[in-house]
Design a protein around this ligand. Structure first.
Ligand SMILES: NC(=O)C1=CN([C@@H]2O[C@H](COP(=O)(O)OP(=O)(O)OC[C@H]3O[C@@H](n4cnc5c(N)ncnc54)[C@H](O)[C@@H]3O)[C@@H](O)[C@H]2O)C=CC1
Ligand SMILES: O=C(CO)COP(=O)(O)O
Length: 325
């Protein structure tokens, strides 16, 4: 089994590590020469997953052509770059397992829709769930959703990508798996704001629960299934990223909550906080679908520089409504 990985950030590297430990033949494409050199010479990704000893069998390359005869390719570039990287990749009919969490700005497409447009003959699956890269790379127990509309292929991929400490749960709800992962990043920024502004743990729990209601409304409007949104890739990941400074999205929110500007917080980051890119396009997509997403709207205003006190005040001043609404 030959596994290709597109994207040498923390998550692509951690997934390469899981596959290599299972004895798969792994080739990882990275954009940065320094990442390729670091992995091939020192078996470490010093830029994005420093300190983790990688399997020496992982081979890194800067040449996308090296992925031409893989049995499956994990696509782990940030959501905004999946289209351009895939367009330069020799995919043909190789199954693509999409691992980015976001919505493409401008087109408002989920990553699966982007991949289908670029490579219509490639089967598509989505791998998503509560998965901090460092924990996965360290072999700590983790569980994910592996969604594929073709149930047989989905089960084969789930079996091939699983490891003793990395449980894959098969699903056929691709949109559901994608929407949970994209929306939770935006909500994690909101939870970080609650932390940074010192609004308390009640507020954080309320935001998680009302954020989940938002995620569910949007997901159902886009064809997702409720049980997927309540599963690993939705609620599971929401809980993880809304409760830990290990989350880049949560940490960005903490900074916003303390009164720092998004521009300043994002300017010196090498790593990606997907929620900052997804929030404005999610707001547009929700408005298009007629779905009320007040927390997403609030996160957008905070990213645009609105004062924390004003945004929280406006959220709290909304008319009372029924919990099911
Ligand atoms: N880090 C994690 O724990 C997890 C990350 N993810 C998702 O995986 C995706 C990738 O995130 P990470 O691996 O964490 O990235 P990272 O934050 O560790 O590294 C940034 C990545 O962005 C790439 N990049 C920057 N500009 C680019 C461009 N113009 N074209 C193509 N690639 C470019 C870099 O090469 C690098 O691979 C994101 O969608 C993220 O939400 C999903 C689960 C866990
Ligand atoms: O998606 C993740 C965990 O499941 C990683 O979250 P962050 O991108 O916020 O660090």
């Amino acid at each position: 089994m030959k596994i290709g990985v597109i994207g040498g950030g923390a998550w692509g590297t951690a997934l390469a590590q899981v596959a290599a430990h299972e004895g798969r033949d792994v080739i990882l494409w990275a954009r940065e020469t320094a990442v390729v050199a670091s992995i091939n010479a020192h078996h470490e990704n010093a830029l994005f997953l420093a300190g983790v000893a990688l399997s020496p069998t992982i081979r890194a390359t800067e040449d996308l052509a090296a992925l031409a005869d893989m049995d499956a390719i994990l696509v782990v570039a940030p959501a905004q770059h999946v289209g351009s990287v895939l367009a330069a990749s020799p995919i043909g009919r190789i199954p693509l397992v999409l691992c980015a969490k976001g919505i493409e700005a401008g087109s408002k497409r989920l990553v699966g829709e982007v991949a289908r447009a670029v490579h219509p003959n490639a089967p598509i699956a989505v791998l998503s769930g509560p998965t901090f890269a460092y924990e996965v790379a360290a072999g700590l127990p983790t569980a994910v959703t592996l969604a594929c509309e073709d149930a047989d292929l989905g089960e084969r991929l789930a079996a091939r990508l699983a490891a003793r400490h990395f449980r894959t749960y098969a699903s056929t709800d691709v949109a559901g798996a994608e929407i949970g992962g994209a929306v939770k990043n935006v909500l994690a920024i909101g939870c970080g704001v609650v932390e940074g502004a010192g609004l308390g743990q009640n507020a954080r729990a309320a935001l998680i629960a009302r954020g989940f209601a938002e995620m569910t409304r949007f997901g159902l409007a886009r064809g997702a299934r409720a049980e997927t949104l309540a599963g690993l890739s939705g609620l599971g990941d929401l809980v993880l990223t809304c409760s830990s400074t290990s989350s880049r999205n949560f940490s960005l929110g903490v900074g916003l909550g303390r009164g720092d500007s998004a521009a300043a917080l994002l300017s010196d980051r090498r790593t990606v906080a997907e929620g900052a890119f997804t929030a404005p396009v999610l707001r547009e997509a929700a408005r298009d679908a007629g779905v009320d997403m007040p927390i997403t709207e609030a996160v957008c205003r905070l990213l645009e520089g609105a004062p924390v006190g004003d945004v929280i005040g406006d959220l709290l001043a909304r008319p009372l409504k029924g919990e099911a609404g």
